[in-house]
Design a protein around this ligand. Structure first.
Ligand code: PLP
Length: 379
């Protein structure tokens, strides 16, 4: 059996999304900016994809959606764009300590340019307090950036409550891990970034929602594509595939959520039943897609490789922070001890997982944790 439980890192592409990409590459490969029929056909596809993403992913108007190359580009566009457009009105930004590096590293860059960034902390379930965010906002705050769902724990952040008290600041939310899992239409954010490869579309495509009326300098300049907001010939195969994945995810949302939730519950129940000395780091009311657990007295990285030998794929944190020294900045911000951080494993679920797979995972996980603890060399 092969069990892929690293869906927060990336996902298997839906057949429908792959077919859409191939169709665009093989049959509709014109440049949407070209004036001839082949260009017009591609432009029609682009328009149709934009309509799908606007209505099903964001619940917004078509002209509020711009396609990007990935979540990182969307986050950078939002942060640098807001800074460049509004820095004369103030130099303060509010974010959290548990954002993805696509946000945190952009913030560090802006600090070099004179931005005063406040990193609001989180509680032991990785949740930011909207009161604390509101307290950090001043009349010089031009941007608030808080993720919708944390990628390491699945914690759902109170974006609506933050929106209610954002003042005149622009509110950006990184919804890369939220698309398809929570409703993005009522968040009240001005800017929302999403990414295709987290929802069973191919890598290399994403989108940003820019609420009508929000002043935001473009990040890429050139031929004026995407109404001048994001130059560069559009990735039409990727965009068509993204729209196909959004549609499929939307149509099958209830069934997928029920299956993910059942898989997550079965895995958690099995872990608690069969493995002593664990700490569950994900909140019970988190996204159905993530379960983060610390196996005390072990090293997550070593368990990961043991599971890999059994064709089970998990992660120790986010794919991006996994390679970094010092352990997860998210788990540390939650107040976990070094032992809890070192022993953490993230299981993340997608459309293709089944509850039945979990029995196999529990078996192999119990074996791996047990044998490492018996060796006693990892404490
Ligand atoms: N934001 C979050 C919360 C993520 O989890 C990720 C990817 O893991 C990103 C941004 C970056 O997205 P991409 O890989 O599409 O650049």
């Amino acid at each position: 059996m092969r069990v892929y439980l690293d869906n927060s890192a990336t996902t298997e592409v839906y057949p429908e999304a792959a077919e859409a990409a191939v169709r665009l590459m093989r049959e509709c490969y014109g440049n949407p900016s070209s004036l001839h029929g082949a260009g017009l056909d591609a432009e029609r596809e682009l328009k149709s994809a934009r309509k799908t993403v606007a209505s099903l992913a964001f619940g917004c108007r078509d002209n509020e959606v711009y396609f990007t190359s990935c979540g990182t580009e969307g986050d950078n566009t939002a942060i640098f764009g807001a800074w460049q457009s509004h820095r004369r009105e103030g130099n303060e930004i509010v974010t959290t300590a548990v954002e993805h590096p696509a946000v945190l590293e952009a913030m560090r860059r802006l600090e070099e340019e004179g931005a005063k960034v406040t990193y609001v902390g989180v509680d032991k379930e990785c949740r930011v307090d909207p009161e604390e965010v509101a307290a950090a906002v001043t009349d010089k705050t031009i941007l608030i950036s808080v993720m919708t769902v944390n990628n390491e724990t699945g914690t759902v952040m109170p974006i609506r409550k933050i929106a209610d008290r954002k003042g005149k600041a622009i509110l950006h939310t990184d919804a890369v891990q939220a698309l398809g899992k929570t409703d993005l239409s009522g968040l009240g954010a001005d800017l929302i970034t999403v990414s295709g490869h987290k929802i069973h579309a191919p890598k290399g495509v994403g989108a940003i929602y820019v609420k009508k009326g929000t002043k935001l300098r473009p990040y890429l300049y050139g031929g004026g594509q995407e109404s001048g907001f994001r130059s560069g010939t559009e990735n039409t195969p990727g965009i068509a595939a993204f729209a196909a994945a959004v549609r499929k995810g939307y149509e099958e949302k209830d069934a997928q959520h029920a299956r993910m939730r059942a898989a997550r519950e079965r895995l958690l129940a099995g872990i608690l039943d069969q493995i002593p000395d664990v700490k569950v780091n994900s909140p019970a009311d988190g996204s159905p897609s993530v379960l983060n657990v610390s196996f005390l007295g072990t090293r997550g990285e070593v368990i990961l490789h043991r599971l890999e030998q059994e064709n089970i794929y998990v992660s120790t944190g986010s794919a991006c922070s996994a390679g970094k020294k010092g352990g997860s900045h998210v788990l540390k911000a939650m107040g976990l001890t070094p032992e809890e951080v070192t022993g953490a494993i993230r299981f993340s679920f997608g459309a293709f997982n089944t509850p039945e797979e979990m029995d196999y995972v529990i078996d192999k996980l119990a074996e791996a944790v047990g044998s490492f603890r018996r060796l006693g060399s990892f404490r």
